[in-house]
Design a protein around this ligand. Structure first.
Ligand SMILES: [Zn+2]
Length: 293
C-alpha cells in the first residue's frame, strides 16, 4: 500500500463514523514505530510533522523525505501531514516535497488576518491538490483550540469555513495541548452541534489528555481526526528511562532506543484499535450521543 492522501483517510473515517488516527512524528524512530503499528493492525494512519519537529531537525526536507519514504514502503495506508504550520514558506516547501496536507495555524493573528492568511494558503494548496486543516477556538482567543476552557461556536466556525475554504477544522471542545494525564472530559453536545453545522470533518487536538472511552464517545458524537502526540512521546521516554535505570553502564544507544520504539509501536497499535473500531457496545453516554447524532 503506497502513500495515500490524507483526504481519503479522513473522508472514509467520517463516513464510517470512526476516528482517523493522526499521530505525531518526533524523530525517525517514532515514525518507524507508528508505521509498524499501522502495519500490525491494518488500520490507516496519518503521520504528522509539526513545525516544532521540523525546527528540531534543523530543516524540513530530511525528516519529511524520510517520513514519506517510510509511508511509501509501508504495507499499510499511510498519509503524511504537516501539523501547526505558521510559516508560509514551510507550507510551500512541504507540499512541493510531496506532503498531501497541512494544518495552517494562523490562530495567533487577529481574526480578519487569520481568515485572509488561511484563505490565501488554502487556495494555493488546492491548486496543487493538497488538503488543508485550520483551527478556530474562540474568535480573538490567543491559543486557538488549545486554550483550556475555550469552546468553538458553531455559527462562527461555519462562517470561518466558508470564508477560508478549508477542508477540515480543528475545534475547541474541552481538550488542551500537552496534557500529561488522560483525564479530560469533552463537550459531546457541542461536538454534535458542530458536526451538524459544519460541512467539513472535525479535528481534535490535544487528544493525549483524553481517556480511551471519552475519545470513543467524542467520535460517536461526530469527531473524526484525532491528533495524539504527548501521550506517545511519554511512552517513548518512560521506556528509555526504565532501560537506563536498569543498566547504568549501557552505552549503545540502539539498546535503549529499540525497546522504546517497540513500546510506542504497541501503544500506537492499541490506540489505532480504540479509534478505528466503530462503537458497537454502547455505554450509556454513547447511546445518548448516538441518538443525538
Ligand atoms: Zn495541536
Amino acid at each position: 500500500m503506497p502513500l495515500v492522501p490524507t483526504a481519503s483517510i479522513v473522508d472514509a473515517a467520517r463516513a464510517a463514523r470512526v476516528g482517523a488516527a493522526a499521530f505525531n512524528v518526533i524523530h525517525l524512530e517514532t515514525a518507524e514505530a507508528l508505521v509498524t503499528a499501522a502495519e500490525r493492525t491494518g488500520h490507516p494512519l496519518i503521520l504528522q510533522l509539526s513545525e516544532n519537529c521540523i525546527r528540531y531537525h534543523g530543516s524540513l526536507l530530511p525528516i519529511t523525505r524520510a517520513t514519506l519514504a517510510l509511508a511509501e514502503e509501508s504495507t499499510a495506508p499511510i498519509a503524511v501531514h504537516l501539523d501547526h504550520i505558521t510559516e508560509t514558506e514551510l507550507v510551500h516547501r512541504g507540499i512541493t516535497a510531496g506532503v498531501a496536507s497541512v494544518m495552517v495555524d494562523a490562530s495567533a493573528l487577529p481574526y480578519e488576518q487569520n481568515v485572509t492568511t488561511t484563505a490565501t494558503l488554502t487556495a494555493w494548496c488546492h491548486e496543487r491538490g493538497a488538503y488543508v486543516e485550520a483551527e478556530l477556538g474562540e474568535v480573538g482567543g490567543k491559543d486557538g483550540v488549545h486554550a483550556p476552557g475555550v469552546r468553538t461556536d458553531p455559527g462562527e466556525a461555519l462562517a470561518f469555513v466558508r470564508a477560508t475554504g478549508v477542508d477540515a477544522l480543528a475545534v475547541a471542545v474541552g481538550s488542551s495541548h500537552a496534557m500529561r494525564e488522560r483525564t479530560a472530559e469533552l463537550d459531546k453536545d457541542l461536538i454534535t452541534a458542530l458536526r451538524r453545522t459544519l460541512p467539513v470533518p472535525l479535528v481534535l487536538h490535544g487528544s493525549s489528555g483524553v481517556p480511551d472511552d471519552e475519545l470513543r464517545r467524542a467520535i460517536a458524537a461526530g469527531m473524526t481526526k484525532i491528533n495524539i502526540s504527548t501521550h506517545l512521546v511519554s511512552v517513548f521516554t518512560s521506556s528509555i528511562r526504565r532501560t537506563l535505570d536498569a543498566d547504568p553502564a549501557l552505552i549503545d544507544s540502539r539498546k535503549y532506543v529499540k525497546p522504546a520504539r517497540e513500546a510506542v509501536a504497541q501503544e500506537a497499535a492499541r490506540l489505532l484499535e480504540v479509534l478505528s473500531t466503530p462503537v458497537t457496545v454502547p455505554t450509556p453516554q454513547t447511546v445518548e450521543a448516538t441518538v443525538r447524532g
